[in-house]
Ligand binder design. Structure first.
Ligand code: CTP
Ligand code: ZN
Length: 152
C-alpha cells in the first residue's frame, strides 16, 4: 500500500460490514441504532473504489455483533454486503447477507390507517418483493425509504 492510499485501522474485536452499496453507510448505522452516543468505536468509509460494486462503503463497529433481524434489514439496503466478525484481529466469520422472504417486527408501516398503527397487538410484517418490501396488512410498498421506517 502506498503513502497515497488511506488506511483505516484494523479492529481487534467487533463487526466489519463490507461491500455496502456506496452512500448507504449512514443508513447502516441507523439500522444498527448507532448514533455515536453509545461510545462504541465506529469507522465509516464511504464511496471508495471496489472491483465488485464500483463504489462501496465499509462500516466497522468495535465490540458489537449484529442480531439476525438487524442483518435481515441490512440485506434490504445492502444486498451485496459481507458481514465479518472479528476476534483478536482475525476474521473469525465471514457471511454474505441473504434477502429474507419477509421481515416481522422490524419495520413500521407508513400508512396511518394500517391496522399495525391502530394500537392493536399486531406485529408488523413485510414481504420482500422485487422493488422493495410490502406490508402484509395494507399492501403499502416501501422502496427507497426503508431505513426511515426501522423500528428495532
Ligand atoms: N478487517 C478489520 N480488522 C481486522 C480484520 C479485517 O477491519 N482485524 C476488515 C478488512 O479491512 C476488510 C474486512 O474486514 O474490510 C474483511 O477482511 P478480509 O477478509 O481480510 O479482507 P478481504 O479478503 O479483502 O475480504 P473479501 O474477500 O470479503 O473482500
Ligand atoms: Zn400497512
Amino acid at each position: 500500500m502506498s503513502d497515497h492510499e488511506l488506511r483505516v485501522s484494523k479492529i481487534r474485536n467487533g463487526t466489519v460490514i463490507d461491500h455496502v452499496e456506496g452512500g448507504q453507510a449512514l443508513n447502516v448505522l441507523a439500522i444498527l441504532g448507532i448514533d455515536g452516543s453509545e461510545g462504541l468505536g465506529v469507522s465509516v468509509v464511504m464511496n471508495v473504489p471496489s472491483d465488485r460494486l464500483g463504489r462501496k462503503d465499509v462500516v466497522k463497529v468495535e465490540d458489537r455483533e449484529l442480531s439476525q433481524s438487524e442483518v435481515d434489514v441490512l440485506s434490504l439496503i445492502a444486498p451485496e454486503a459481507t458481514i465479518n466478525i472479528i476476534r483478536e484481529f482475525e476474521v473469525a466469520e465471514k457471511n454474505r447477507v441473504t434477502r429474507p422472504d419477509s421481515v416481522s417486527g422490524v419495520l413500521s408501516c407508513p400508512n396511518r390507517n394500517c391496522i399495525t398503527n391502530a394500537g392493536e397487538p399486531v406485529e408488523t410484517r413485510f414481504d420482500v418483493v422485487a422493488d422493495g418490501v410490502r406490508c402484509d396488512y395494507c399492501s403499502t410498498i416501501l422502496r427507497t425509504d426503508i431505513a426511515e421506517h426501522i423500528d428495532v
